[in-house]
Design a protein around this ligand. Structure first.
Ligand code: BJW
Length: 246
């Protein structure tokens, strides 16, 4: 692939040491996790915009929880793919400063070995009391839906729904990493959900390389677009970065 060769040549010449990686649902697609938008993005005829909102939860918490339990089940059965593993390997390189920013809530980056992860939209395996706000891990399936907190209020997934603010410090760190990086790898996101998509605008001197089988609104802000699956291309790019650094 000619563009991949160009990207690898740029890496050889410029030896990027500060790297930011921004991932979206497409990175988990090759682990069998459906993306939100596009062909497989519907669940029982509902679009994500109809389920991932505080209003949907108030209206029908049982339905929203059914969706989340279905997704939690799928993710438990899935394994990290070559893209998750390559990113984790990059983070372990002693000479590189790698910030992983993800919109994904599926925990597959952590299961692949990544330890420092800026989770912009929360995590499927945590729950929060909808009244008091306490957060706790919740790995196992609930026997009753919707689950309740001991205080009597409903538990909700500890994720960020439309209209809700992202965790402020996490978003700030992500913006700092984008602003300071030599290279931003943008993998598997449709680039339509803000403020995550806006992080690309923080890149100052770095270059943006997009990895996505489809064009997105962020393609024109990228120096290169690799029209490919993240699991096929990220391991090659990571090898290139590691060789250039050593
Ligand atoms: C592959 C592949 C392979 C396939 N390899 N690639 C500015 C402009 C317009 C609107 C707004 C704006 N600022 C804010 C808004 C409103 C709103 C928004 O963005 N709306 C737009 C959709 C119109 N944003 C918000 O409401 C955010 N909150 C906010 O702004 O708060 C402000 C506030 C401040 C102070 C007080 C109060 C409020 C919150 C957004 C939360 C998003 N939440 C979700 C659900 C999380 C929980 C859950 O998972 O259930 O996050 S929605 C969903 O979309 C999820 C994802 O993280 C997110 C992004 O999706 P992603 O990852 O891009 O997936 P897809 O499916 O869209 O794309 C997959 C891509 O992969 C595709 O491109 C494929 O081609 C590709 N692909 N196979 C590589 N093998």
């Amino acid at each position: 692939m000619k563009i991949l060769e160009e990207v690898l040549e740029w890496i050889r010449r410029h030896r990027p040491a500060r790297i930011a990686v921004l991932t979206g649902a497409g990175v988990s697609a090759d682990s069998g996790i459906p993306t939100f938008r596009g062909g497989d993005g519907l669940w029982k005829q509902h679009r994500v915009e109809q389920l991932a909102t505080p209003e949907a939860f108030s209206r029908n918490p049982g339905l929203v929880w059914e969706w989340y339990e279905w997704r939690r089940d799928r993710v438990r059965l899935a394994s990290p793919n070559a893209a998750h593993l390559a990113i984790a390997e990059l983070q372990r390189h002693p000479k590189l400063d790698v910030t992983l920013i993800t919109q994904n809530v599926d925990d597959l980056h952590r299961r692949a070995g990544s330890r420092e992860i800026l989770e912009l939209h929360g995590n499927l395996f945590r729950v929060r009391c909808s009244l008091e706000g306490h957060v706790r891990q919740a790995e196992e399936a609930f026997s009753e839906l919707p689950p309740a907190c001991p205080c009597g209020a409903l538990l909700r997934p500890d994720v960020v729904w439309f209209g809700e603010p992202l965790p402020a410090r996490t978003l700030e760190h992500a913006a700092e990493a984008a602003s300071a990086c030599d290279l931003l790898l943008l993998a598997g996101t449709s680039g339509v959900v803000y403020p995550a998509a806006g992080l690309v605008s923080f890149v100052r001197r770095g270059v943006v390389v997009e990895i996505n089988p489809s064009r997105t609104p962020l393609t024109d802000q990228s120096a290169w677009w690799l029209e490919a699956s993240a699991s096929a291309v990220l391991p090659v790019i990571v090898d290139g970065i590691r060789s250039a650094a050593s």
